[in-house]
Design a protein around this ligand. Structure first.
Ligand SMILES: C[S@@+](CC[C@H](N)C(=O)[O-])C[C@H]1O[C@@H](n2cnc3c(N)ncnc32)[C@H](O)[C@@H]1O
Length: 252
């Protein structure tokens, strides 16, 4: 366990979303994204004429649903592996861009920016996490709306499973999780085995935010929070029974 903890590099996000991501997160499918996408469409009021950015779009599983509402959806991600899968599943219907969310290239052109499934808080310093917020805000038109689906800190702390073992096809996936209160982060190492042989070892480290901390980080970047939900049924956040912290608001 101690050895595995040492394997998480500060720039883990550059390499952890690789070709094995679809195995490790096999349950995160286009079908599983349907409810999230429709909830975000409803809460941000996406209309047919809106231009939408899926920031950290991954394999495009939410874009598949967003594209039913508007033709004008752009997906941005850093992982060439996941962008390739998005291209394969969406074909020519979507515009896909490879960029780092800290310095994304768009300025003031989107009506709505969406960010699903904890695609935030990855950077080791708060300056860099703020750069990601500023990037999101910068991409929005004045008054543009945003939707960020993050985890609820109190739920995560209460329900942390330190070790799990799962199987998918021929693969065994062993995950170890721990909270480091000194750095205020939740960390995870994932080791994948195939045929009894270790084939991959990766790490993830994500910042723990309370709702008020998150709201003030967003405010520093020029984003105003309107509502925070605890799950995709629209429950209030953020007591320890609600798994998510889904933040909806607009560019101030
Ligand atoms: C947890 S996955 C979620 C992907 C997608 N939103 C979903 O729900 O399936 C996080 C995504 O963030 C992307 N990512 C990580 N670091 C990034 C960065 N610095 N800039 C842009 N995208 C990044 C990863 O490549 C990955 O696709």
């Amino acid at each position: 366990m101690q050895d595995q903890r040492r394997t998480i590099e500060p720039d883990w996000y550059r390499v952890s979303f690789d070709a094995l991501y679809p195995i490790i997160y096999a349950h995160r499918t286009v079908e599983a994204a349907r409810e999230d996408a429709y909830f975000s469409i409803q809460e941000t009021g996406i209309e047919r004429s809106d231009v939408v950015l899926d920031l950290c779009c991954g394999n495009g599983r939410h874009m598949a649903h967003l594209l039913k509402k508007t033709d004008r959806v752009v997906g941005l991600d850093y992982s060439p592996h996941l962008l390739k899968l998005a291209r394969r599943s969406l074909g020519g219907r979507a515009c896909l861009v490879r960029a780092d969310m800290r310095c994304q290239p768009f300025q003031g052109i989107f009506d709505v920016v969406v960010n699903y499934f904890t695609s935030f808080g990855y950077f080791p310093s708060e300056e860099e996490n703020l750069m990601a917020v500023q990037g999101l805000a910068g991409a929005l038109k004045p008054g543009g709306r945003f939707f960020i689906d993050y985890f609820n800190r109190s739920y995560t702390e209460k329900n942390l499973e330190p070790s799990t073992v799962r199987n998918h096809e021929d693969y065994e996936i062993r995950e170890h999780r721990w909270i480091d209160l000194e750095s205020d982060r939740i960390n995870k190492t994932t080791v994948v085995f195939k045929g009894g042989q270790e084939i991959s070892r990766s790490g993830e480290s994500v910042r723990l935010y309370s709702d008020s901390e998150f709201e003030s980080l967003l405010a520093k970047g020029g984003l105003r929070v309107e509502r925070i939900f605890g799950d995709y049924s629209g429950a209030d956040c953020c007591d320890p029974t609600q798994p998510r912290m889904i933040v909806v608001g607009h560019k101030a």
